[in-house]
Design a protein around this ligand. Sequence first.
Ligand code: ZN
Length: 338
Amino acid sequence: MDERYSRQILFSGIGDEGQRRLLAARVLIVGCGALGSAHAESLARAGVGQLRIVDRDFVEPSNLQRQTMFTESDAEQRLPKSIAAANHLRQINSEIEIEPHILDINYSSVERLLEGCDVVIDGTDNFATRYLLNDACVKHNVNWIYGAAVGSYGVTMTIRPHETACLRCVFEEPPPAASAPTCDTTGVIMPIINIVSAVQVSEAMKLLTGSIDDLHGSLMQFDVWRNEWRRIGTGSPRPDCKTCGLGVFETLSASAESAAVLCGRDAIQISPSQPTRLNLASLAERLRRAGEVKFNEYLLRFKTGQFELTVFQDARSIIRGTDDIPVARSLYAKYIGT
Ligand SMILES: [Zn+2]
């Protein structure tokens, strides 16, 4: 242990005691795309004793430009991301425990996955999952680190339930469906991934080693193309916050389920988490770069590979070509955006 972690132990913020704490810790990594790859590699090398990695997708060639956990061979085999990541992480550090899960984190699985975890780190690509994590982490008093990146822009914030503002204290509701750009419609460059993940991982290491005073305590925003860096103070928990003030965890109930299998039609229906009215013309404009689009004033049809997404004005979508809910949710998050 001393040899492997010697340079990190020399660092005054960690030391022998900090390293012991890292080795005894368990971190839940939610989503193993670009951010999750960086989290997993950094935390494995740092010697976090147990990494639980959850992802619903498999590796595709378009991931390789920024998702550093994966190789061409993983993409050729279409391996599930959590499995491919575990294979590589075991070669990087065979002394820690890696626990991969191929699943869609939702109201029925999130609390089980959280069990025994000291910190949760966000590598997801959608707000529906982040509000779910916020509810579950506040309910069970687990620290979590929000992070997101698209284009050249990224954002991160560390949430310590009842000590700091939570995600809902800062953003009362998630953005409406199809209102925010996604990596699959707008693109993304790797440097912003490195920055957001570096801040998230540093925060995880501070939390795990008990260096609470060194946390940045803000909403941090970066744009590496426009050269903008901002820190906005997030303050204390809001007493009127639905989640951390009033203790209402609406995303954890079965009624929050947004997906339904349409029997015998090889299709899934996904409903948005809140009512909205889409501008189908601007969604069509965004999707044109990613596949074939047709629309009228009532609905939009988008084809990508074997799948066809029909999107209605209320942001409800029927996804044809699969009867697998995680696959449908993944397509919705990538192309419509939640
Ligand atoms: Zn709150």
